[in-house]
Design a protein around this ligand. Sequence first.
Ligand code: F6P
Length: 542
Amino acid sequence: MTTTSELETAWDSVVCEARKARSSRIIDLFGDTDRVEQFSISALGMLFDYSKTHIDVAARDSLLNLARAARVESIRDAMFSGARINCSEDRAVLHTALRNLSGAPVMVDDVDVMPRILETLERMKDFASDVRAGCFTGQGGMITDVVNIGIGGSDLGPAMATRALSPFHDGPCCHFVSNVDSADLADVLGGLDPATTLVIIASKTFTTIETMTNAASILKWMSVHVADPAAQCVALSSATDRVAEFGIPPERVFGFEDWVGGRYSVWGPIGLSLMIAIGPEEFTEFLAGGEAMDVHFRAAPLAENLPVLLALVGLWHHQGMGFPTRAVLPYEHRLNRLPAYLQQLEMESNGKRVGQDGQPLPHGSGPIVWGEPGTNGQHAFFQLLHQGTEIVPCEFMIGAKGHEPDLAHHHRLLVANCLAQSEALMKGRSLSEACEIAASMGYSGDMLMAQAEHRVFEGNRPSTTLAYPCLTPRVLGQIVALYEHRVFVEGVILGLNSFDQWGVELGKELAKRLEPLLAGEAPSDDVNQSTLRLATFLRAPE
Ligand code: F6P
């Protein structure tokens, strides 16, 4: 049992190490010849290198001590054992059970939840196989297209993973509609045949206004062309009663429990579109990757534990060094939805103002997460990463191999660029080097100095790199589970509940109250004047 004062002492020591580190240069830390070995971890065929940060031995010791003081290991074990660690919703947190292919019992309130999970997984596999083989058809024949209607966790997980694994697609084409903006639905439906389209309505609660609006509209679109639109419709939800009211028969409903958070739900029924795209076998590989990361997370000592180290580096940069954001930079074009996926995972989980006890967080919440695949980002926002006055820790990701052997030279260039960026961020370019460049361009005197200053890179900008062999379903499963557990560890150390999301409620409520105003009803007294003016304009632009 750790006391509050032990935890605060551990925090103080991290903050103190970070204060010292601010005056150090990362490149100088490489004086230790074995720094790379000491500040990298290999596990599950992946390499996580955090040597290009300001973290030294003392800093890492302080971070590991912080993890111990926050009781990361015992709270981790509590999560896996089905304890109700989501206190504000009084729920267990068991998305890990969805990828527990071992089938080992997982108890919630003295009931083993595994038989039901495995039964649903088998039903998903049967259904996906039937769709892929043409045994389940649309009213115009074999299913050619699948449209997943969902938002947030009911969209980002399967959309990100389906895009990431496109080399493994051998099923119908999967599309994703999330936004209530009719443009999203219209653009997807534009090229589809309603008689050969399968609609998947994905919503844990089956109340989300965007999803229910899109679901009603897509069924209307189908009803013009097919006799029984509901027959080409599947529901993925925890709210089986609401699904029944909607008119989807139980054999096409795939349920899951409330202890699977929306942003952690891709491993179960919410992943059905992915399973249809890549097939049950590859989907099982994806689960196996997640399961392997769970085993690693539960067994590896803190100092060799990938999720723990990722989390500690994250806390070091945000809480310790005071950098407000972090950039996720996959050098893997098919991971182009990963930054959006991680934004929900990290910011909906750890973007909180109070701790589990309802008191203001003493060390603040998680950082702003953003990003874009390389090399595209290099030609857009990397200017700021290298020379802007804000320091942004960069998290690079890169595979050893691509999926296009005929275009291996592209991949070499991709890797070279990824490595070059982390090297450039760290090393920078000094004024004297910049002067040489300016002189070689023919500048002299004051002009030389002015030109040189523009070409100076301060360097000393931290980054980490996660390297993996190749983006297969298994590796993707490992990466997604790695980030889930990283978020968990950060949340535990910050003392917050990573598994609720009360912060999304207020905007939803106000939207409900404002919609009638846009339809012409009289405004209620509490509508702000600015909002009223905008609403008036939007009803009838001047
Ligand atoms: O509004 C936020 C949120 O509740 C997310 O947490 C969730 O992933 C998303 O909406 C969609 O919810 P549902 O799956 O219930 O439609």
